[in-house]
Write a protein that binds this ligand. Structure first.
Ligand code: COA
Length: 258
């Protein structure tokens, strides 16, 4: 029984809503544990083909890790909080074989920004705001923020955001390449679902291979070698035979994910 999340499966899309609106959906230990369970379900439930992560209420996606849990922590406990969160949630989202998209409806700060960054891409409402304000607390991001943000927007922009703690508007975040699309708050989940329906019509094992290859992005030959291997693996799937035959027979492909 989940107490801090709402989950709903519709048209094979699992919508995971973080539901602590009175605390701006801050990530406490329970939310992290329950998110881990919800992501495991995305991995294992064959009815689920993709997922959306969003926040309850009009104000916030997630306003960060729960600051009220910070005061008592020792250095070792802080390290454990970060490691546990990264393993249980953030890395698992990034490596999910099924697409997981963030629908950011308001503040995405600290761990909230990191949660969105760990998703495969981000759609945002017009009132979305992104930032890593940890330096205001004497902290740095601990859920992969220094790494994923730098990879996404580059060293200098990342340095400035992480050192100032400034927030970006949805429009600025789109200019930076953080956000793919901005829509009204009312349309946010439905527009995200539209894109996921499109992705769900493609070959699932090819989608999984895309995620693996992009996650393995590397400037060196290693990245190309990984792609070559994954490309080859596609030829062992029934879906490739179905997709290529459907094209040649001028009909719609019926993919089985096999
Ligand atoms: N952790 C714990 N509680 C949080 C929180 C967080 N990260 N962010 C917001 N809240 C709580 C507030 O304490 C407040 O609770 P209360 O009503 O019991 O006092 C409630 O959520 C509403 O937040 P409030 O600050 O009153 O809203 P606001 O509209 O004035 O400001 C923010 C919104 C997002 C600018 C502000 O809440 C904020 O700066 N939050 C912290 C962001 C942050 O530093 N995140 C990184 C954490 S590592």
């Amino acid at each position: 029984m989940l107490t801090t999340l709402l989950t709903q499966i519709e048209n094979n899309i699992c919508t995971i809503t973080i539901n602590r609106p009175d605390k701006l959906n801050a990530l406490n230990k329970t939310v992290i544990t329950e998110l881990s369970t919800a992501i495991d379900e995305v991995y294992s439930n064959s009815e689920i083909k993709s997922a959306i992560i969003t926040g309850a209420g009009p104000k916030a996606f997630v306003a960060g890790a729960d600051i009220s849990e910070f005061l008592q922590l020792t250095s070792a406990q802080g390290e454990e909080l970060s490691r546990r969160g990264q393993q249980m949630v953030f890395d698992k989202i990034e490596k999910s074989p099924k697409p997981i998209v963030a629908a950011v409806n308001g503040f995405a700060l600290g761990g909230g920004c990191e949660l969105a960054l760990s998703c495969h891409f981000i759609y945002a409402s017009e009132n979305a705001k992104f930032g890593q304000p940890e330096v205001n607390l004497g902290l740095i991001p601990g859920y992969g923020g220094t790494q994923r943000l730098t990879q996404l927007i580059g060293r200098n922009r990342s340095m400035e955001l992480l050192m100032t703690g400034n927030m970006l508007s949805a429009q600025e975040a789109m200019t930076y390449g953080i956000v793919n699309k901005i829509v009204t708050a009312d349309e946010l989940v439905s527009k995200t679902k539209e894109t996921l329906q499109l992705i769900q019509s493609k070959a699932p094992l090819a989608i999984k291979a895309v995620i693996e290859c992009v996650n393995n992005f590397d400037h060196t030959q290693q990245g190309y070698d990984f792609e070559i291997k994954k490309f080859g693996e596609c030829f062992a799937t029934e879906d490739l035979k179905e997709g290529a035959s459907a094209f040649l027979e001028k009909r719609k492909a019926n993919f089985k994910g096999k």
